[in-house]
Write a protein that binds this ligand. Structure first.
Ligand SMILES: [Zn+2]
Length: 198
């Protein structure tokens, strides 16, 4: 990892430690003085950064670090609003990746189809279970997945997953191996981390 040492590092406004920008959340300030979460790091202008942690966002707001970072251009910020907005951004990124996985044929949905595919060991890189899946089905899939070493993540509702996939309710989604699967795991881990802190 010597190469990463040469990359420009950024400081978290909360804990003041430096990190590779990839590990941090970027913020920009709108012309109206609103601090915006720039999760995809695409918005123009001066950026400020925090860790993907509720505590760091809280500390940055408490210590008025956003005001300082944006040189007085930022209006009042609320840690609650920033965190909610961050959670929404990660959630929408995950939904869009699941949509891409469907389009590229890297996805199987529905408890029966996923269960059937789970009889061969390399079918999925990960499994997504809706938060409102029935306990019986959820436990069955989790135990089978655990046996095969496939990680399971809880995300969204069966209605929202179904809607995204152009179906009725879908409480289980299996993602096949590939680049998208790795991105989805990464975002789901981030989601679990930040949303789990509520
Ligand atoms: Zn931090």
């Amino acid at each position: 990892m010597t190469a990463s040492r040469h990359k420009a590092e950024r400081t978290c406004l909360g804990c003041r430690e430096t990190f590779d920008p990839q590990q941090l959340v970027r913020y920009v300030v709108s012309p109206q003085g609103e601090v915006l979460v720039d999760y995809r790091k695409r918005l123009p202008g001066r950026g400020a950064y925090t860790c993907l942690k509720r505590q760091c966002i809280d500390d940055a707001v408490k210590r008025r670090q956003f005001g300082r970072a944006f040189r007085g251009l930022a209006g009042d910020v609320s840690a609650e609003v920033l965190t909610e907005s961050l959670v929404a951004e990660v959630r929408s990124r995950i939904l869009s990746l699941i949509g891409m996985a469907r389009k590229s044929g890297c996805l199987v949905s529905g408890s029966n189809l996923v269960m059937m595919a789970l009889s061969s060991p390399d079918s999925f890189t990960l499994i997504i279970l809706s938060a409102d899946i029935s306990t019986g089905i959820g436990d069955k899939i989790k135990s089978k997945a655990r046996h095969l070493g496939v990680p399971c993540f809880t995300f969204s509702t069966k209605e929202d997953l179904g809607h995204l996939l152009g179906k009725e309710e879908r409480s289980v989604v299996g993602i096949k191996p590939g680049g998208l699967a790795n991105s989805i795991i990464e975002e789901l881990s981030r989601y679990k981390h930040i949303a789990g802190e509520f």
